[in-house]
Design a binder for this molecule. Structure first.
Ligand SMILES: CC(C)(COP(=O)(O)OP(=O)(O)OC[C@H]1O[C@@H](n2cnc3c(N)ncnc32)[C@H](O)[C@@H]1OP(=O)(O)O)[C@@H](O)C(=O)NCCC(=O)NCCS
Length: 180
């Protein structure tokens, strides 16, 4: 499931390991300002190796239970992106949520598009999910483009859906149905 895969000459995607905590904290420090308009307000500890190690540990336990998959993009020793397929619910739903970001220095190279398309393929072929959902701020044109290129359709607008940058903000809702 989610084998390590080369996305470009210098960037690989794979499931996170506990030993990635330091590099991940470094990526959040480097991208703190850049991500601040797209993410929830984070506590100061979020930017430390210890916080990231605890978070990876939790996510890996959850992954073993089949609840989600935490992926990282790597360029050498640096983390240059994060993708989460999370909140997998089986039974009559067979659904998961998707969230992501790419390091500002690696934006515009097709990395998000390639990774989301790989996740969609794996969710369909290996996880057997029926659908994936995602949401974007109304003005996040780049993220909307990533989703539409991967086959997602907008299914609505949710008022005050998520607290981003300290404010409850409206979001466009998207889904992709994997099996007709
Ligand atoms: C959104 C994000 C993940 C895109 O990552 P990326 O690797 O640069 O995306 P890609 O290179 O695959 O580009 C995807 C498409 O979006 C377009 N795009 C990217 N940024 C754009 C922008 N600001 N305005 C318009 N289009 C944009 C690209 O041109 C490309 O479309 P194309 O292939 O038709 O030319 C990245 O910009 C990011 O991390 N942003 C901050 C965090 C965030 O928004 N996360 C998603 C929350 S829902």
């Amino acid at each position: 499931m989610f084998e390590s895969r080369k996305l470009s000459q210098d960037v690989t995607v794979r499931v996170l390991r506990l030993s990635d905590a330091s590099a991940l904290a470094g990526a959040y420090v480097r991208n703190r300002q850049y991500l601040s308009q797209w993410e929830p307000v984070r506590p100061e500890e979020y930017y430390t190796e210890a916080w990231q190690a605890a978070d990876i540990a939790k996510r890996l336990i959850s992954s073993e239970a089949g609840d989600g998959y935490p992926l990282g993009l790597f360029a050498g020793d640096d983390v240059v992106g994060r993708f989460n397929l999370a909140g997998i619910v089986r039974g009559p739903f067979e659904s998961a949520g998707l969230g992501y970001w790419v390091d500002s220095q690696y934006a515009g190279r097709g990395l998000a598009s390639a990774t989301v398309q790989m996740i969609v393929e794996t969710a369909r072929e290996e996880l057997g999910l029926h659908r994936i959902e995602a949401s974007t701020l109304l003005h996040n044109i780049g993220s909307q483009r990533v989703l539409v290129k991967a086959g997602f359709q907008q299914i609505g607008v949710a008022p005050q859906y998520l607290q981003i940058a300290g404010k409850w903000q409206d979001h466009n809702l998207y889904q992709i149905v994997l099996h007709e």
